[in-house]
Write a protein that binds this ligand. Sequence first.
Ligand code: SIN
Length: 532
Amino acid sequence: MENNHTCDLLIVGGGIAGLSAALEASKYGKVTLLTKGKIGETATEKAQGGIAAAIDQVSDSTEFHFEDTLAAGAGLCDEKAVRVLVTEGVGRVKELIALGAQFDKAETEAGGTRYALNLEGAHRRRRILHAGDETGAEIEKTLGRRVAAEGKVAIHQRMMGIDLLAENGRCLGAAALNQQTGETRIYSAKATLLATGGVCQAYLYTTNPPFATGDGVAMAYRAGAEVTDMEFVQFHPTSLVQLKGFEDLIALPQFLISEAVRGEGGVLLNEKGERFIHELAPRDVVTRAIVEEMEKSGSDHVYLSLRAIAPDKVKHRFPMIYQTCLERGLDITKDNIPVAPAAHYFMGGIMTDSDGKTNIGGLYAAGECASTGVHGANRLASNSLLEGLVFGHRAAVAAKYEIQNTKYEGITKFETTNSKPRLKDFEAQRFKLVIKSAMWNGTGIIRSQESLEDALNKLVKVEKQIDFAPVSADELELRNMLLVAKLIARSALGRQESRGAHYRTDYPRKDDANWQRHLVYKMTNGEFRMTN
Ligand code: SIN
């Protein structure tokens, strides 16, 4: 590989947002897409539940989807962006189907077939398309296959973004680490799209894959991009609590038990075997109810029972969940599943408009690393794949003008080395664990000034200990995690109310008069600055 590479649009990230953008942009420019892992190793690929869209226009409507999204977002959604999501989303999903995505179907009474739409928390209608319990994998495969068949996108695997290359308020590309050779590569581009996914690896317990370390958000922030809604982290109510004999799996992501299971009739039970919450209430409500039950009983879990679902249906509808639990000694057609909440999704991120544009010229963001305003303070279940699909596409359309009307600008400087020392072996892993634990305990499901300050102090202490030159992927991740973690803690301290996924015991109520607004941060002279 040559060490410098030039393209029209550089896309960092190969999940649904990156692939959706690549397919569109390759119609009019030279596109290069970087994947941190191997192609297909993304959070999209792990998504179980489904993709929400009002494709059944008889019982459902985009208006209902719009209203449900706003209600879940607890007063902080950007209505224009939500309108775009729910209306364009229907067409984008139909395109996905035309590209070959196979979503589950059911027979109609008239003997035909229709899409088998599921219900999930806070949706008033059945509108979740699914492919068993591996919907994300089906979508990733469909888009990936199409990109490969067209052969127009250069895909560079195992390339991790290090930093954006920005000069005079304009992004000129990015530097990336070739994880196979250890070399740094410079990518010059007329436009750059970050689609790097989420940040929930900053938490001890998370459903996110290991590479979700906030890389895109941190890169953008260091380059001067505005980030927003950093306090809003969604905790999924039901991740599998590791079973006896599998304690060594604790370092792996928590295995998700999809909300779709509750949508099909799964119920939550406390230690006494009693139901305690409406299972399809918004995620933040269900999560807090579970925490309350766990505190009452002193247990590290509650139970999810699938008794109300016929065993054949369980096996057919959730084959991957059934098999994974079976491998861990649990037959979910008979046994209750021990579950507890885990960090799952980041509503905040790089602030963009509805075209994926950031405050930096030539820099776009889409998918989980972006904050388009569609999720507000709490994302509606199964809206995330839809967001990646819609806004990845829109960013590519918006970048067209830039690609066709700007010239390549030579990158004048990028420091690949400095005089600071490297970390010793395993130190990056150790510091990551300190961050994850501080974040889980201090900026988790239930927060307070005391817990948030404690987390922030621990993060600052880590920062003081690691004045180092990040070179390896592990070290780069550590730097990114620490930065994003600090932004989350700062922002959560700033918001003196409870709203959506952000719950504080010292300010337990929503306070629209003072806080129906977004907190926006930007780095100025190396310091955090709130810009609003
Ligand atoms: C799930 O399957 O429960 C996760 C889907 C989502 O986060 O929207």
